[in-house]
Write a protein that binds this ligand. Sequence first.
Ligand code: ASP
Length: 335
Amino acid sequence: MSQKILIINTGGTLSSVMKGKGLKPGLSIHDMETELQIVSGDTDIEIEDFCSLDSANIFPEDWSALAERISECRNDYDGIVVIHGTDTLAYTSSMLSFMLQNINIPVVITGSQLSIINPIADAMENCRCAIHMAASKIPGVYVAFNRKVMLGCRASKVRSLSFDAFESINYPNIASISSLGMEINKPAIPERKGIFKLSNTYSNKVCMIKMFPGIHRSFLENIAAQGYKGLYIEAYGIGGMPFLKHDFISTLDKLIQGGMTVAVGTQCVYEGSKMDVYETGKRTLEIGALEAHDMSSEAALTKLMWILGLTESTSEIRDYYSLNIAGEMTAKNYS
Ligand code: ASP
């Protein structure tokens, strides 16, 4: 019997047309049905529109609603493909990895750098790869792009124009397509830890900043004054933070004492943080900041939003953040 796959459209370049002020999503999933049928092979596809947005216009409430839709229909299909704009795709795939706890089917997010109506586009190839992965019977949240499949919570958009726009950060690819077909990297597939649970609450009081030389600590005070409860900082190198001239660390200390959760990672794309090496990192750990280790920025931020939607207990937040929940963090004995 052929595999039954649901394809959910949220918009992005894949469904775009040139109109008015520029390129924007304009094709419904039904407008794309012929192309999707061509790449679906012997799978049996069903299609539906969820929204039709440039992914710059996707917000956390959309993640939550999308997770709910996937949860509702997860037992009716062998796999689900989500078509999404590439710009915020990795935030969505990271958050869905947390919200769809122990999902029992493959959920594969894809998009493209050119519209499906463009004859030289990557769109059909990416959909082909996504549908193939969705039919793999390997449960989890994935991103399919440019003939490779990545864990949803490890993918990041690293190129703005090329077809090879996404990479898996600090983690091997889950699958790739070559002349040998789709080769699955079995050891890289995270173990399912229990039964499915929809966990689609989040805190919208989380923000993210990137350190730059000259950043003033009043920036931090403003964030606290706006009522934010969580802050993810992309610090320097392996996790350094200034404490001379502008004593960023003592201002962070006050914020943490006042109840804010601060997580720190690196602005380097690869290899993660290691905050116990330099004085600039050690001092940050000593004031109670959490460490992102080898998580991508998208995962480090959405994990904080997700955890702060689950609990307000400082010790639980600390425990959850240091746990490898969906494969987003290399499991070491982080504490
Ligand atoms: N601006 C588009 C979006 O993210 C870019 C794309 O899909 O490639 O919706």
